[in-house]
Design a protein around this ligand. Sequence first.
Ligand SMILES: Cc1cc2nc3c(=O)[nH]c(=O)nc-3n(C[C@H](O)[C@H](O)[C@H](O)COP(=O)(O)OP(=O)(O)OC[C@H]3O[C@@H](n4cnc5c(N)ncnc54)[C@H](O)[C@@H]3O)c2cc1C
Length: 477
Amino acid sequence: MDALPQADGRAGLAALEAQVARDLALIAYPEPEWVPPRRSASGERVLDVLVVGAGQGGLVTLFALRRDRITNILAIDRKPEGMEGPWRDFARMRTLRSWKTVTGPDLDIPSLTFQSWFEAQWGARAFAALDKIAKDTWADYLAWYRRVLDLPVRNGVELVALAPQPEGLAATLLEAGRERKLLARKLVLATGIETPGRWWMPDFVAALPRHLRAHTAEPIDFAALAGRHVAVLGAGASAFDNAATALEHGARVTLCCRRPALQRVQPYKQISFAGFFRGFPHLPDAQRWRWMNHLLSIREAFPRETWERTTRHAAFTLRTGTPWTGARAEGDRVVIETPAGPLVADFVICGTGFEMDVSALPALAEHAPLIATWADRYTPPPGEENPRLGRFPYLSQSFAFTERVPGTAPWLADVHLFTFGATVSFGPSGSSINAMKFAATRLAQAIAADLFAADAEAHYQALLAYDTPEFTLPGEA
Ligand SMILES: Cc1cc2nc3c(=O)[nH]c(=O)nc-3n(C[C@H](O)[C@H](O)[C@H](O)COP(=O)(O)OP(=O)(O)OC[C@H]3O[C@@H](n4cnc5c(N)ncnc54)[C@H](O)[C@@H]3O)c2cc1C
């Protein structure tokens, strides 16, 4: 990269940070904080919004709320600062798959965009020369975003349980081995793309000894795979990223997928337009189901660079139309059954994604029977059945869970889901950079509306009591 000297980069960033402050001041209207403080019976201030997860989704939620002057908020993340999300963890691609001009966390403030941050340090020429955003650079940008906006985040804190109480939602938090309770009026789950659900692999692979298999979302000792034969299952981006990483560490890799041909068309590009993002959540259930059944069945294509990174290795073999039907350990090797005969490997990696299950998030597990899924609310016509879609939660227009049986858990209206789990209800929304600026704004607006409605009488009384004259009459003090 055509990098500027470090000192210029620091000066550029300082100037940008001044610009951010000015931009925020210019759009500060309306300025008053307006959410009346609530106190618990013991006199503690109840948090207005607790955001669980401080990845990109949690951070943008904090910012969107604060722009509406909802400031009594906090995000928690169980990971250490800087390690949130997949970027410095199990994301094994070199660059983001989304293109470099996609904006999101900035919420349309130019000085907060990735491009402004990047150009401030390395210049416009370097940005023009950039192909896609390196994943670590994206993580650095998110760290800067959190710092420059001074977003309230506590790391090393995990939500482990949730219980409704008359004063709000009681969140049980685990911090440094100790549990404590925190009361919040609203909870936003920005807990990651696989939630509320779990990373999934076929049962017969999960049953193998752990030293012989891994999911792409797990830590893998790639150095130990040098000179070994690795079998990868799946045809998505993560399967290919893990195959490429194994190849780069000197492994021989066979990647198998059920599909007869790879998905090379990226359907998400076709729906990345404002009308879709704004209008999709308002479509009738039948239409939302039809669209998402199509989208989530054909799945995403991976980008050209992922393909080239993998296929340039002579030690790579692609076997499409080759599902795995079973697997067993034989000594220190794995024998995989396929319709074309057995495949023997030293290690197995599953790039098989995740499956939705509201009970998989420990804090929700005991409440899962109360939560409506799409299967509870909608019966698709013949030909459109899809049990995978049916497991997605059926969300309200404010991203909140809904009750399976009306009247049994009204408090679910205060638990908002901002993850991939929102996709059947909203289309790409949570856990999506492309949809972020639309979805985060919609979420914050809904929370603002709910908080206002809950206190509408107090706000009305405040209006009646309001008696500040615009000017004084002669003789008045
Ligand atoms: C490998 C990979 C590559 C991706 N690449 C791209 C890409 O190139 N372009 C794109 O647009 N999208 C991409 N995505 C999709 C999406 O952008 C990412 O998943 C992104 O990280 C989603 O952000 P998030 O904030 O929803 O979740 P995350 O970034 O995963 O953050 C969730 C956070 O919640 C925390 N958390 C979870 N449970 C708890 C709890 N109980 N208590 C406290 N904290 C908790 C976690 O520690 C985590 O830090 C990718 C996803 C993956 C998995």
